[in-house]
Design a protein. Structure first.
Length: 401
């Protein structure tokens, strides 16, 4: 995956208009190329590739003045990006390419010698020469990496960013030989085997009240109206604030763990599959309808998982502590005693309390699970069979790990 180093851009109003025009050109090229690829059928020949589409772009630029007024580099890179997305789809590493929409997919990529036109103004500011736009100021929050390309994007809150695809150097291990286990949860974002309970910051209560009020206002707005547009921007700003706090927490936590421990062990969880929308379950009493509140409850769990940055924390750990992150089978880690190894569902007294029915060990449930993860503890075949038997005898105690 890409390693991204982002910088905040501060374009003038005239530059924002020019940047949005470049985004429209890139989005138009992407959608046209995607349409060509989507029209393929078995009775037709192969769809045009990047080389043929680039030739078609040259012919189109000679005919249409609005297309010729844009940057050819931006338009060609949009075609190249789709070509790479199609290859990733066929190899099975990515999902099928989708249409790009205005207001949601605002961005373009610059490669080659043009990507190196960056001038440092002072200690805090620099300027980048964007084709067909001019010199745009950006904030120097870190050192500018030596990259051959960058991407300009605009989020839904109206903030412009410039991102370099550069792989940073991993953090060296401390050499102490210490191992830590990380248990991710919803109530507690990350529990460490050292006993630390880490919370991922989100919106405050006052901000949550304002978000709910804005969402109610949005539901009453007429489509395509100015009031609806302003409400969407206000909601996007609050959500961007929560996302910034989550990313900041992920960066600081992953850096701290990579510096303090030689080995970091986490649960091998498939976050993408865990946060998928559930299939509707038919009502046994009324076959023509579905059970209520099933999707609402699952949506609440999905929001809790995504708000605590489960996937982002592990990804950044793998970047910063390369080769030192181990994934452990999560089966029964929350039901196994970290002292005696006894594993039954009765050990989990509540969501936060763990009490072993065999040895009487009592601890925080998340910390106990983190200790099992740190030890790399997996359920043996004999113990797993006994657990499955207990689950069959007492199905009401079967809870997800």
């Amino acid at each position: 995956m890409d390693f991204v180093s982002r910088f905040r851009m501060y374009p003038t109003p005239a530059q924002q208009t020019a940047l949005l025009e470049q985004c429209r050109h890139a989005r138009h090229m992407w959608n046209l190329a995607l349409e060509q690829w989507s029209l393929w059928t078995r009775d037709r020949g192969p769809t045009p590739g990047y080389v043929e589409q680039a030739k078609q772009l040259t012919e189109a630029r000679a005919v249409f003045g609005w297309l010729r007024a844009g940057s050819q580099t931006v338009q060609q890179q949009a075609l190249r990006d789709l070509d790479q997305a199609v290859k990733n789809y066929y190899t099975g590493t990515h999902q099928r390419p989708t249409w790009r929409k205005a207001g949601r997919h605002e961005g373009f990529r610059i490669v080659g010698p043009q990507a190196s036109r960056i001038v440092r103004l002072n200690r805090k500011w620099a300027a980048v020469n964007v084709p067909k736009v001019g010199w745009v100021r950006l904030r120097l929050s870190r050192a500018v990496p030596d990259a051959k390309s960058y991407r300009v994007t605009c989020d839904r809150a109206g903030r412009w960013h410039l991102a370099f695809a550069a792989k940073p150097a991993p953090i060296p291990a401390p050499g102490t030989g210490e191992v830590v286990g990380v248990d991710r949860g919803v109530a507690v974002a990350a529990a460490l085997s050292t006993g630390e309970l880490l919370a991922c910051p989100g919106l405050t209560e006052r901000e949550q009240v304002r978000l709910a009020r804005l969402q109610r206002r949005l539901s009453r707005c007429r489509r395509s109206s100015n009031r609806r547009r302003r409400a969407k921007v206000a909601i996007a700003k609050l959500q961007a604030r929560a996302g910034d706090r989550r990313k900041d927490w992920v960066e600081k936590t992953s850096t701290d763990l990579a510096r303090r421990f030689d080995v970091v062990r986490v649960e091998d969880l498939r976050v993408t599959q865990m946060t998928r929308r559930p299939k509707p379950k038919p009502d046994p009493e009324r076959p023509d309808r579905y059970l209520p509140n099933r999707r609402a409850a699952k949506a609440s769990l999905n929001r809790g998982i995504l708000a605590n940055g489960w996937g982002g924390l592990v990804r950044r750990l793998e970047h910063k502590a390369a080769g030192r992150v181990e994934k452990v089978n999560p089966a029964y880690t929350s039901q196994t005693c970290s002292v005696c190894g006894h594993c039954v569902p009765d050990n989990r007294e509540s969501q936060a309390v763990f009490r072993c029915v065999a040895c009487g060990h009592r601890a925080n449930a998340d910390v106990n699970a983190a200790l099992n993860i740190a030890a790399g503890r997996v359920v043996s075949a004999r113990r797993e069979s006994s657990v499955r038997a207990s689950l069959k005898r007492e199905p009401q105690l079967a809870t997800s790990v």
